[in-house]
Write a protein that binds this ligand. Structure first.
Ligand SMILES: Nc1ncnc2c1ncn2[C@@H]1O[C@H](COP(=O)(O)OP(=O)(O)O)[C@@H](O)[C@H]1O
Ligand SMILES: C[C@@](O)(CCOP(=O)(O)OP(=O)(O)O)CC(=O)O
Length: 505
């Protein structure tokens, strides 16, 4: 029986750079763009002499990259050896497999270990699929002379082939290996593989789509393993907001102390993998996670301006260098940014509270504001309840303007394009459109897709305005659901839903 798990991509709305240091928080929204992992046995039966085997087979298929990679898994060391061409290797999935199997051995007694061994002897057949929203199809849409609209994106076949970026290296504009939109494909991919394997091996019981509870102990296990595997594959310990949101969905996040991964790094590499993973699972994971998602009647929109993406790693490097050589300016900027981030958070929380307390007033005034420019918002308020909503809307907007101001300063000071001029022009124009609450550059900033938070039914008019400005509105929306168990292969679901599709080469 195949096991299918999926995990969402993310948009870091506030907290870029600051979130790398505890106790600064970030607000991260998970999205309806999901990564799927399908795990099943490679062989239906195993020969009678298999008890003596010390290796088993693992096949990894990535249809979107037209890649099929074969590995041998050592049943003693629990490590993988690639037997295909090395350029088809996938370090995220490799670490995810090794760490998950080691976690299974670490948590099982001798009887269960034997059952696990028998299951592994059947080999592992793993397929990974990322929703189109993770990748940029702008060039193909333009090449086919289709309009730059979400409808054109919607007409692509699901799980379409991914374009590789041509090798280019010019500093912060260095393009990533695949043309991506910045939703965190590697974190969602690692999380989906870890989750599907934990379920397949009988270590975890994942929530289904319908199960909205996030207090499942097994999700903590998925998180610890996915986070460790992701850091090892990346060769760096980032803040981890991307993995945390892939596991738990939209949230307010404060990072874990990196020391928890020291057993997995550097000098201690001689340790057997089972012990390394056991240390990680027993470690003190001190990250904080609180439920947070957009208030009702608000929509997350993403627009791809087509400037080609940026390298987060080199941007982070430049900011760290600047921090070291400008300690005073750094502290002041951090203070300003954390105040503005906290203000945005408090205004959005207030809006959620007002929606719960006085839904009718909230709905009515948000509807009115969604078709007007902000200068006209306050005069629409018919009573104190509606006035309180408008005040909070304006407060959220001002907080975002302040975040953008200090982020621009940080970029100029560190000599990197956090909110480059082209993005500033687009964001200013977007924030002036009717129904837009605020807009910004997510995460590390740069030339990736921008985000906007809109009110009521204003999305259609905003996407039209973006099209006229040569910006491609993506189909991505916020979806607070974290990792979950799927009932079937997503490709089967797409076929039965009868979506018409055009073929883009
Ligand atoms: N569908 C896929 N199949 C296989 N590997 C993928 C797929 N999507 C993304 N990847 C891998 O993940 C990497 C992207 O990771 P990364 O650069 O960290 O981007 P992101 O910011 O989206 O996480 C790509 O270089 C590629 O190796
Ligand atoms: C700078 C950061 O704080 C935020 C980066 O956010 P992005 O959303 O830009 O991330 P990538 O998907 O890795 O490009 C680094 C971090 O928190 O690890």
């Amino acid at each position: 029986m195949a096991v299918v798990a999926s995990a969402p991509g993310k948009v870091l709305m506030t907290g870029g750079y600051l979130i790398l240091e505890r106790p600064n928080a970030g607000l991260v929204l998970s999205t309806n763009a999901r990564f799927y992992a399908i795990v099943k046995p490679l062989h239906d039966e195993v020969p009678a002499d298999s008890w003596a085997w010390v290796w088993t087979d693992v096949k990894l298929t990535s249809p979107q990259l037209a890649r099929e990679t074969m590995y041998k898994l050592s049943l003693k060391q629990l490590t993988l050896q690639c037997t295909s061409q090395s350029e088809t290797r996938n370090p995220f999935v490799e670490h995810a497999i090794q760490y998950t199997i080691a976690a299974a051995y670490a948590s099982f007694d001798e009887v269960k270990k034997q059952t696990l061994r028998n299951l592994l002897l059947q080999g592992l057949d793993i397929t990974i699929l990322g929703c189109n929203d993770f990748y940029s199809y702008r060039d193909q849409i333009e090449a086919c002379e289709l309009p730059l609209t979400p409808e054109s994106l919607g007409s692509l076949p699901p799980f379409a082939s991914i374009t590789f970026n041509a090798e280019e290296s010019n500093g912060y504009m260095r393009k990533p290996e695949v043309a991506k939109t910045g939703l965190g494909s590697s974190a969602a991919m690692t999380t989906a593989v870890v989750a599907a394997l934990l379920q397949y091996l009988g270590v975890a019981n994942l929530p289904t789509k319908e199960d909205k509870s996030r207090d499942n102990k097994d999700l903590d296990l998925v998180h610890m393993i996915a986070q460790s595997a992701h850091c090892l594959a990346q060769g760096k310990v980032g803040s981890g907001f991307d993995v945390s949101s892939a596991v738990f969905g939209s949230q307010r996040y404060v990072r874990f102390s990196p020391e928890v991964l020291s057993s997995a790094q550097g000098a201690l590499q001689w340790k057997p993998l089972e012990e390394v993973v056991s240390d990680i699972l027993k470690g003190h994971w001190d990250h904080e996670r609180t439920n947070f998602s957009l208030p009702p009647l608000m929509t997350l929109l993403l627009g791809e301006p087509g400037a080609g993406g940026s390298s987060t790693v080199s941007m982070v490097g430049a900011v760290k260098k600047w921090q070291k050589s400008n300690p005073e300016s750094y502290l002041e900027t951090w203070r300003n940014l954390s105040e503005a981030n906290a203000l945005l958070e408090s205004q959005l929380s207030l809006l959620s509270k007002l929606a719960t307390e006085s839904w009718d007033a909230y709905k009515c005034i948000v509807g009115k504001c969604s078709v007007l420019k902000l200068e006209k918002w306050m005069e629409q308020a018919a009573d104190p309840s509606e006035e309180a909503v408008v005040k909070a809307l304006l407060g959220a907007r001002d907080a975002m303007l302040s975040i953008r101001h200090h982020m621009r300063y940080l970029g100029e000071a560190a000599g990197i394009p956090i909110e480059p001029e082209s993005q500033t022009r687009l964001l200013d124009a977007t924030m002036n459109m009717e129904g837009v609450l605020f807009a910004g550059v997510p995460g590390a900033g740069g030339f990736d897709a921008v985000f906007a938070v809109t009110l009521g039914d204003s999305t259609i008019s905003i996407t039209k305005e973006w099209t006229s400005r040569n910006v491609l509105a993506l189909l991505v929306r916020e979806d607070p659901q974290g990792v979950c168990l799927e009932s079937s292969d997503p490709r089967a679901a797409e076929v039965t839903s009868g979506i018409s599709s055009i073929q883009i080469q």
